[in-house]
Design a protein around this ligand. Sequence first.
Ligand code: AMP
Ligand code: ZN
Length: 122
Amino acid sequence: MSDNCIFCKIASGELPAKKVYEDDDCVAFHDINPAAPVHLLLIPKKHVCSLADIKDEDAPWLGRMVVLAQKLAFENGCTPGHDGGFRLVANTGREGGQEVDHLHFHILGGPRPWQKRAAPAA
Ligand code: AMP
Ligand code: ZN
């Protein structure tokens, strides 16, 4: 837990969020300002600033989060199959567009067009 980190506070329950999933390692909740019909944030409970801070020993829980991401995407409204899908985004650092300094994956999906904000053109 890092002081004054909003995502640590959401993970601990100190701040409210529309949670869709929680286990020992991570929490998923709806983004407060959705950029797509489905826009979830998946965060580790452990305070890690960004993907730039990941160490070899973080691989197990990080791998589990990536496996979990596709499950959460389809359980929460993303369209399955080749014509559906979703986008998994981890903005990293200021030049990477990161605003909240607690590692998070955006899970974005649903029928297009989406807003451009959190899903910049590839
Ligand atoms: P990023 O620019 O990758 O750091 O994205 C931060 C995301 O967190 C943005 O999409 C915000 O809309 C979202 N966000 C900020 N505060 C909250 C909150 N209290 N609950 C849910 N989502 C939030
Ligand atoms: Zn944090």
